[in-house]
Design a protein around this ligand. Structure first.
Ligand code: SF4
Ligand code: SF4
Length: 97
């Protein structure tokens, strides 16, 4: 039986996100982001969760795929960007691997 290949949007559409409103698993210290010239997180995050608005970085952890790309590309990871996995029971629940 031939299986239909799903698009990225279709694959993400079947995943379930349990957002932790009490404790964000990724936090930004935005004062450190001000001197970040290229802001690679804004174009590297596959979920598009980083943006520059009115000259300042904005971020929302809801919808995070937990891929770690932002931590890998951030030149100030550990100071500007604090990254960890969500608490148990929270975060993305992948349905198609
Ligand atoms: S999170 Fe990292 S990559 Fe993104 S703007 Fe801040 S310092 Fe730059
Ligand atoms: S872990 Fe991945 S999906 Fe989540 S904010 Fe970072 S780059 Fe975006």
């Amino acid at each position: 039986m031939k299986r239909e290949r799903l698009t990225i949007e279709q694959l993400l559409g079947v995943d379930k996100f349990v957002v932790d409103d009490q404790e964000a698993h990724i936090r930004l210290n935005k004062e450190h982001c001000e001197s970040c010239e290229t802001k690679p997180c804004t174009f590297a995050c596959p979920a598009g969760l980083f943006a520059v608005k009115d000259g300042a970085i904005s971020f929302d952890h809801a919808g995070c795929l937990e891929c770690g790309t932002c931590r890998a590309v951030c030149p100030k990871a550990g100071t500007a960007l604090i990254w960890c996995y969500p608490r148990g029971g929270f975060g993305i629940h992948y349905r198609y691997g």
